[in-house]
Design a protein around this ligand. Sequence first.
Ligand code: AMP
Length: 213
Amino acid sequence: MIFMNIVLLGAPGSGKGTQGKRASEEFGLAYISTGDLLREAVKKGTPLGVKAKSYMESGGLVPDDLVVGLIKEKARGLQKGFLLDGFPRNILQAKMLDEITKIDLAINLQVDEDEVIQRLGKRRTCQKCNAVYHLENKPPKKTGVCDVCEGELILRTDDTESVIRERLRVYKEKTLPLTEFYEKRGIIKNIKGQGDINEVYSRIASVIRSHKE
Ligand code: AMP
């Protein structure tokens, strides 16, 4: 176990969920995905979910105050380091995060746009535990069924072509500038997110290992 706070950056479909969960397990970090937390809130119909739903369905960003509230709640009293997937999504969120805690490392997963579009269309997500599959690169053992919890695998409503395009547009406009933000601070590591899933993971794991030494 290490005590380190990591943010995972990268376009939608760059592998943040798949790789982030694995790294969190190996290094004993709390895995916090704002996308997963928001989808959970939408599913349960909580006040937060009701407010967030339409933004998510259209591929836009949920208002900052709502998402920052979520992170504060999760980070409070945490006895270990964390790995954030999907937060921050813009400069304001990054500044708000600085007020909550210190970020040690930003990992930026780089994947070509064509590949991202291809990946998202073939992505299937477990409705129950949020595990992520890809119909060709990481298929489940049984079609339509999650290997981990046997939940139903679905195509996320925002993984359809028109919403994917909007999410990528929002990513380029709002989220991509974060790479410069963390670059200036000297804590960013760019990692090639294409190629074999295990190879990409080894790149990430070695960056984390060398950072903690
Ligand atoms: P993700 O699972 O990270 O792709 O997130 C799915 C959707 O949740 C995004 O398209 C946004 O609508 C919303 N979302 C997730 N994280 C954030 C965030 N940090 N700020 C605003 N909206 C977010």
